[in-house]
Design a protein around this ligand. Structure first.
Ligand SMILES: Nc1ncnc2c1ncn2[C@@H]1O[C@H](COP(=O)(O)OP(=O)(O)OP(=O)(O)O)[C@@H](O)[C@H]1O
Ligand SMILES: [Mg+2]
Length: 234
């Protein structure tokens, strides 16, 4: 198992007239078995930070290590292999194949080697059951509600039993009962498997399920919840 370590990470975007410092000097260590909730207003850099941690984008300066691996220094192929093996990423937009079943969508992240199809199906079915979709396994994604699709995306991130969990508003479309179940599941996965987890959320209830709470403001990290009352729901 490995920890995730970001040191002085900076990421600018310069598509408009002025450069945006989306991530502005972030240093953060997430320990093995630690789940962090990351709050922050819309546009504060949360998704950018997750993409950097997943190696899907490269910092302008600073470093990101997962254990002894330098994420920013990998070439594309190495980075893709590392992601497939180690990273469970719940994306803010779920990107499911709309005509494929919940099972096929969730199974897609399993490495092709190592498991028979029967084993892959059994493992994926187990994760779909854990996110409460045991009765929807054969439904096509376009026959599922938004919250159900979100839960398929969560199962997809967990089937490969990743070494790092990154989740971008994974409970954004769920009612409070499902939100509790999913937050408890993500916490249990991090604690039981001793993996670091970074959970981007607007949901104040997440505070009760995580080990540490941080807030991003204009690309900079501060401890705790947003200062202004009500600022949790940006
Ligand atoms: N590919 C890009 N090109 C240019 N600017 C970008 C790009 N991606 C993000 N940004 C800018 O970087 C800033 C941070 O964006 P980011 O998506 O990380 O915010 P966020 O905190 O995830 O917001 P939300 O809560 O709305 O998802 C924003 O000002 C955004 O406009
Ligand atoms: Mg975002």
């Amino acid at each position: 198992m490995s920890q995730l370590e970001l040191r002085d990470v900076v990421k600018h975007y310069s598509s408009g007239p002025e450069a945006v410092r989306a991530v502005d000097g972030v240093s953060l260590t997430i320990d093995e078995g630690e789940l962090i909730a990351l709050f922050g207003p819309s546009g504060s850099g949360k998704t950018t930070l997750l993409l950097l941690a997943a190696g899907l984008d490269v910092p302008d300066s600073g470093s990101i290590h997962f254990g002894d691996r330098d994420i920013g220094a990998m070439d594309e192929l190495e980075s893709a292999r590392w992601r497939r093996r180690e990273v469970g990423f719940v994306l803010q937009a779920f990107h499911l194949m709309s005509h494929s079943s919940a099972l096929d969508n969730a199974m897609i992240k399993l490495p092709a080697d190592g498991l028979t199809l029967r084993e892959a199906r059994a493992r994926t079915t187990g994760w779909l059951e854990r996110v409460g979709l045991g009765s929807r396994i054969q439904y096509a994604a376009n026959q599922l509600s938004t919250g159900e699709r979100q839960r398929v995306a969560i199962a997809r991130a967990l089937v490969s039993e990743p070494g790092l969990l990154l989740a971008d508003e994974p409970t954004g479309n769920l009612d409070s009962e499902r939100t509790h179940e999913i937050l408890a599941l993500l916490r249990d996965v991090c604690h039981e498997r001793r993996i670091p987890g970074l959970l981007v959320t607007h949901d104040a209830e997440a505070v009760g399920f995580v080990d540490r709470v941080l807030t991003l403001r204009d690309g900079r990290l501060v401890e705790g919840l947003p200062a202004k009352p009500g600022a949790v729901r940006a």
